[in-house]
Design a protein around this ligand. Structure first.
Ligand code: FES
Length: 118
């Protein structure tokens, strides 16, 4: 596992609710999203035609919308809303009081990688 933030507060300050951020973790590009429900991490390249997903937008329905063709991916399942391409792969995020936020380097597909904010 790789530490990405020391605390939820640090993560929230770095990635405000409603925003997306590109992170390079262990040489991999990962998009981190902060929705009203919490944090999610997933592959940066859109499963459709590889557009960087961190340049997309978040919806109120827990979806990331790719800016190129506007496919919508569910943050919890990775599924595209109309099954137009494969699901995006997610990463598990682990929160620990001792070590802060960590991301598991093992990819899951699809993944429920929700972090609930306390
Ligand atoms: S490249 Fe993302 S929807 Fe086409």
């Amino acid at each position: 596992m790789i530490k990405i933030f020391s605390s939820l507060e640090e993560a929230s300050n770095s990635i405000p609710v409603g925003s997306l951020r590109l992170l390079i973790i262990d040489g991999k590009k990962i998009t981190m999203a902060h929705s009203e429900d919490g944090f999610y991490a997933f592959e940066n390249e859109c499963p459709h035609q590889n557009e960087p997903l961190h340049k997309g937008t978040l919806t109120a329905f827990n979806e990331v919308v790719c800016r190129l063709h506007h496919y919508r991916f569910n943050l919890q399942t990775g599924m595209e809303a109309n099954n137009q391409c494969r699901p995006m792969s997610g990463y598990a995020i682990i929160v620990s009081f001792h070590t802060g936020l960590q991301v598991k380097s093992i990819m899951m597909q699809p993944a429920n990688n929700l972090i609930k904010r306390s």
